[in-house]
Design a protein around this ligand. Structure first.
Ligand SMILES: Nc1ncnc2c1ncn2[C@@H]1O[C@H](COP(=O)(O)OP(=O)(O)OP(=O)(O)O)[C@@H](O)[C@H]1O
Length: 636
């Protein structure tokens, strides 16, 4: 049995992966089996979130016992195949007639390799333009013109200590066009960026130029809404600090999704804004950057005009994007954080104003220094969001570090306020039925869709997996059956009566036509005789109604996977882990699930599964870090 047959027999491939391999075989019957299998696996890798596939570690993609070729033999077959391009340089476009690219140890579908190349090129373009050439000598706020230095001190009273990373971030942002601000929940990313925006406005007004055109964006509607709300709160706090309200008035008060920002085109994955029709903006601030996949980030970066700023905010310890990429990790690999950041690398770049000409960082001539990636990164570590109700920080830190002994002891001690461990409980829907059901049943009492959507965010079951007894799909079916039982004159089972008053829905594919996107959550409400599904719109007070039959692909959302919950927060989270280890479990998954909780966290799972999950990283295959010139030791 050859490799492709073995993969098919093991059920490892999707129809699409197999079809790709078969079409190459039809075009050239002499194509070696290992090349056909690599094509199928490169296609499969994308749905698993990878940019490409590593023939040296096929077991990471397919767990079934397969007699894999040796990496050397596989690489050799790939390099000599007519279907596989092996570009000479990371920034060279690959041959259009080869559907596969083999580069730096990864086999890519050409389209994804090109996204990666274009993204790297776009990031370098943004980062290497200097916002204010005449100020290039100014390295930090200490050298700001007096009027700005005064405002800076007002905005960042702790700056004088020299230890305050928030002021470092803002000071850096004044002089660099590509900035990454990372940190866990509540470390002040949005607060810092709001203050930085005030500085940029003041800088422009002082120079007698128009205030910068600023956009706040995020990958999902909910995340965009949360970001705008945080900015509005931060602005309020500034007004209280005595900052001139006229400056704050130039800041945006609403957020938008990346799709909306770029301008969706019905029934197309292209956008209205691109390199030839760039965004009419001077500053683009994007939150939840860890959720952005490779194609979307490439399109965003290409649409950022020359000379504009791009600020990416995110939590690098969260799960990578559901779709192909792990883009934020790749960028961070090439951009170590500036300044002291507990437990992380410290690095103060000396290249702050070295112009960074375009060029291949990897294949530079011997003796020449690779061009440093022209981005700046500040990692914020101090948690500012004090909640008397939920003391999550010590647990989140242990999970992030993969320290299962500490995580388990914190969970078992029960001393963290708001954190509850249901050890060995595989079915909270059984053990805590009344409490959980009371919440979902109450959703049917709302008559106002905006209120119903807000209430829905009070509690959520989050799962690691979709299938199986602890999977989101099975739990939703059971919850719907239970709810059908609680409704008066329930009639047919909920499963038969798919759309019922109070049903929560989760969109599972992007629909540009509806402006509904993967991960959006809505609620079915009956108004008179008509049942409509309501989803958040641009204005949180005015959700948009859809006829359920007209919706793009969707599921129920009483329980949902942690992956789908990225970018959302819920007052009470029930994190339900599978009984047995599953390869999707990782420390990033647990960390992301736990940090979705605002007031109360319940974890249901066993010691073995938690230990196993914390021993694994949710790493993805990606060549972005390498392409951006990351040092070998920082590449995952
Ligand atoms: N320097 C500061 N001084 C006082 N309070 C601060 C400071 N920085 C942030 N905060 C407060 O901490 C809270 C969280 O800040 P912010 O929303 O900016 O964090 P974040 O990192 O963007 O959080 P998330 O990732 O959850 O969106 C806010 O209430 C904010 O007012």
């Amino acid at each position: 049995m050859n490799l492709l047959q073995a993969l098919t027999k093991a059920g490892a491939l999707r129809t699409l992966d197999h079809a790709l391999a078969q079409s190459l075989r039809r075009l050239d019957p002499d194509t070696p089996d290992s090349v056909l299998a690599a094509a199928a696996l490169a296609s499969l890798a994308v749905v698993d979130g990878h940019a490409g596939f590593d023939p040296a570690e096929p077991q990471r993609l397919v767990e079934a016992p397969i007699d894999w070729p040796t990496p050397e033999a596989w690489c050799q077959a790939l390099e000599s195949s007519r279907w596989v391009a092996c570009p000479q340089a990371g920034d060279a476009e690959s041959a259009a007639d080869a559907p596969l690219v083999f580069e730096h140890g990864l086999v890519y579908l050409r389209r994804y390799r090109e996204y990666e190349r274009r993204l790297a090129e776009g990031l370098r373009r943004i980062g290497s333009a200097h916002p204010h050439p005449r100020e290039q000598a100014d390295r930090d706020h200490a050298q700001l013109p007096a009027h700005l230095a005064e405002l800076f001190a007002q905005l960042f009273p702790d700056a004088a200590t020299g230890e305050d990373l928030q002021s470092r971030a803002a000071g850096t942002a004044l002089h660099h066009n590509l900035l990454l601000v990372t940190g866990g929940p509540g470390t002040g990313k949005t607060t810092t960026i709001t203050r930085m925006l005030v500085l940029l406005v003041a800088q422009a007004l002082q120079a007698g130029t128009a205030p910068p055109r600023i956009a706040l964006a995020a990958p999902t509607g909910r995340a965009a809404e949360r970001m705008a709300e945080s900015v509005r709160n931060a602005v309020q706090a500034l007004t209280a600090l005595g900052i001139d309200p006229a400056l704050c008035a130039h800041l945006p008060t609403t957020g938008t999704t990346l799709h909306r920002l770029l301008g969706t085109i019905p029934d197309s994955s292209g956008f209205r804004h691109h390199a030839d029709n760039p965004l009419p903006l001077d500053v683009v601030v994007v939150d939840e950057a860890s959720m952005i996949d490779l194609p979307l980030m490439a399109k965003l970066v290409e649409a950022v005009p020359d000379g504009a700023r791009l600020v990416l905010l995110g939590d690098p310890d969260q799960l990578p994007s559901v779709e192909a990429g792990d883009v934020l990790s790749g960028i961070l690999e090439a951009t170590p954080p500036i300044g002291a950041a507990h437990g992380r690398e410290t690095h103060t770049p000396t290249d702050a104003h070295t112009p960074a000409p375009a060029g291949d960082p990897i294949h530079a001539q011997p003796g020449t220094k690779p061009t440093p990636f022209p981005a700046r990164h500040i990692h914020l570590t101090r948690g500012w969001r004090q909640s008397a109700e939920l003391d999550l920080a010590p647990l989140a830190a242990a999970v992030r570090e993969g320290d299962s002994a500490t995580a388990l002891s914190l969970l078992r001690d029960g001393e963290l306020s708001g954190v509850h461990f249901h050890e060995g409980n595989a079915d909270p829907l059984q053990t805590h039925r009344e409490h959980l059901l009371a919440h979902w049943a109450s959703l049917a009492e709302a008559t106002d869709p905006a209120q119903a959507l807000a209430n829905a965010a009070r509690l959520r079951i989050l799962t690691a997996v979709r299938e199986g007894p602890q999977g989101a799909r099975g739990l939703n079916v059971r919850i719907e059956d239970l709810l059908a039982g609680t409704r008066r004159g329930a009639g047919p089972a909920a499963t038969a009566n798919r759309y019922f008053h109070g049903r929560l829905l989760l969109i599972t594919e992007n629909s540009y036509r509806h402006r509904l996107f993967n991960g959006d959550i809505g609620i079915c409400l009956r108004d008179g005789g008509t049942l409509m599904a309501w989803f958040p719109g641009d204005d949180p007070h005015n959700p948009r109604p859809f006829h359920p039959a007209a919706l793009p692909a969707h599921d129920s959302a009483f329980a949902m996977t942690v992956h789908k919950a990225q970018g959302s927060e819920f007052d009470e989270v029930w994190l339900v882990l599978p009984e047995r280890h599953n390869r999707v479990l990782s420390r990033e998954l647990l960390y992301t699930g736990m940090t979705r909780a605002r007031r109360e966290l319940h974890v249901a799972g066993s010691e073995d599964v938690i230990r196993e999950a914390l021993s694994r990283h949710a790493g993805r295959w990606s060549g972005l870090g390498w392409r951006l010139g990351a040092p070998q030791e920082t590449l995952r």
